[in-house]
Ligand binder design. Structure first.
Ligand code: PLP
Length: 457
């Protein structure tokens, strides 16, 4: 008999979690104004809000913490970290920052000027924020397939090359760089193929436009290239990573994802001019260039985390768990963005709560229902997040309305995954009886989803 799949690690330390009663959850959610961001973490049984900074470190990472060198300048921790980044990505110049958005802030402060245009395959919200706050424009050039949740294609995060070329020709001389995000978080943690990475970079370079890789989930992307793209099955994750980065000009990284640390980020590039330019913004915003926004022990843990997470077994364990959740949802007939991505399942709320009108926020309603059902906290990635049009102030109902269930790295077991799926099934089974959603009582003028106050209808 073939041996079943099992995790590539065993557990050395545990953190107790607590179940609650439905009555408690009704009360807590009411106090949180039906916005799960406003819940206390201890009111949550299984937390699928985000995979950012929520992973468990290994014994080796904790051991590295003890070896941290907290010298202000030239710490051994920096050189250890720099050497790992140079080896994994083939990039010579490295600047640590306290998280991904800080890397964007430092690099974009140097690169982005008012009125410029920056294409990308669905810019992450902070990336877009750092472009728009500098009065430049972010244009989405993701392939069209990404917007049909039921279409089963292997590299749904790809760049639409014709869309990209149109932006490049129409804005000649006004595109400082292109942002290539791996995996494409916004459309469901969907990967970008090596072929698409290569062709995107060739196209940009033909127009003299450099490419910055937004790298939060680069290792998961490399895993999908290995398992889905022809010609890569026998290559290691580290070899695939090197090849991915051989095409691009620079990277920004949120180490809270594939760096396997709770806080951290960095910039890396082979472009000396960019390095010198970005350094000038690192010092006032983040700190001296050999620590950026990080302490020595955190740089050590990150160096170790990057090395661990570019091993196949580690990624296989993680992505298998996401695929396991997807297989249970398939069994129960619950629609989600197909195929399953690397870090999360995105449930298609519009197709689940078909009786809730869009003006009453189906995905936000489903997020509340799942919490009430079993204390599981997901995250709305839909009409609430899409916010209002800055000019007309109308709600933007044009995109997808999804409930995102993120899986933290090395945190929950497959039994927890079974609980998540069963709770969702219970809500799904009574979906016909859910006919009303939520209404906004108070909202902030910007990024409303974090603080919005709602009432149940
Ligand atoms: C999380 C993320 C960021 C921002 O990183 P933070 O560490 O949260 O500041 C940028 N891009 C992508 C694709 C991300 O997933």
């Amino acid at each position: 008999m073939e041996l079943p799949f099992a995790e590539s690690w065993k557990i050395k330390m545990v953190e107790p979690i607590r179940k609650s009663t439905r009555e408690e959850r009704e009360q807590w959610l009411k106090e949180a104004h039906y916005n799960v961001f406003q819940l206390k973490a201890e009111q949550v049984y299984i937390d699928c809000l985000t995979d950012s900074g929520t992973g468990a470190m290994s014994d080796r990472q904790w051991a590295e913490m003890m070896l941290g060198d907290e010298s202000y300048a030239g710490a051994t921790s920096f050189y250890k970290f720099e050497a790992v980044v140079q080896r994994l990505f083939g990039m010579k110049y490295v600047i640590p920052t306290h998280q991904g958005r800080a890397a964007e802030n430092v690099l974009f402060s140097y690169l982005v000027k008012e009125g410029q245009v920056i294409p990308g395959n669905a810019h992450f919200d902070t990336t877009k924020g750092h472009i728009e706050s500098r009065k430049a424009k972010a244009i989405d050039v993701t392939c069209d397939e990404a917007h049909n949740t039921q279409l089963e294609v292997p590299f749904k995060g790809n760049v639409g090359l014709e869309k990209l070329e149109r932006v490049l020709t129409e804005n000649k001389g006004n595109v400082p760089f292109m942002v290539l995000t791996v995996t494409n978080n916004t459309v469901g943690g969907q990967p970008v193929s090596m072929k698409n990475i290569r062709e995107t970079c060739e196209l940009c370079h033909k127009y003299g436009v450099p490419v910055v890789m937004d790298s939060a989930r680069f290792a998961e992307n490399a895993y999908f290239i290995k398992t889905r793209e022809e010609g890569y099955a026998d290559k290691t994750i580290k070899e695939i990573t090197r090849e991915m980065y051989s095409h691009v000009d620079a990277m920004t990284m949120s180490a809270k994802k594939d760096g396997l640390v709770n806080m951290g980020g960095f910039i890396a590039t082979n472009n000396k001019e960019w390095f010198e330019g970005a350094k000038l913004f690192c010092i006032p915003f983040e700190g001296y260039v050999t620590y950026g926004g990080m302490s020595g022990r955190d740089l050590n843990a990150l160096a170790q985390g990057l090395d661990e997470n570019t091993e196949f077994d580690m990624l296989h364990t993680r992505i298998h768990q996401v695929a396991f959740l997807a297989s249970l949802l398939d069994e129960y007939g619950i629609p989600y963005q197909r195929p399953a991505g690397g870090h999360a399942i995105f449930v298609d709320a519009d197709r689940v709560l078909t009786h809730v009108p869009k003006e009453e926020f189906p995905a936000q309603t489903l997020t509340c229902e799942l919490y009430l059902e079993a204390g599981i906290r997901g995250c709305e990635i839909g009409y609430m997040l899409a916010d209002r049009d800055p000019v007309t102030r109308e709600n933007r109902f044009g995109g997808l309305d999804l409930l995102r269930l993120c899986i933290a790295r090395r945190v929950y077991t497959d039994n927890h995954i079974r609980v998540i799926a069963a709770a969702l099934k219970n809500v799904y089974d009574r979906r016909e009886s859910i006919t009303r959603g939520v209404a906004i009582e108070w909202e902030a003028p910007l990024m409303r989803h974090f603080t919005v106050q709602l009432k149940r209808l």
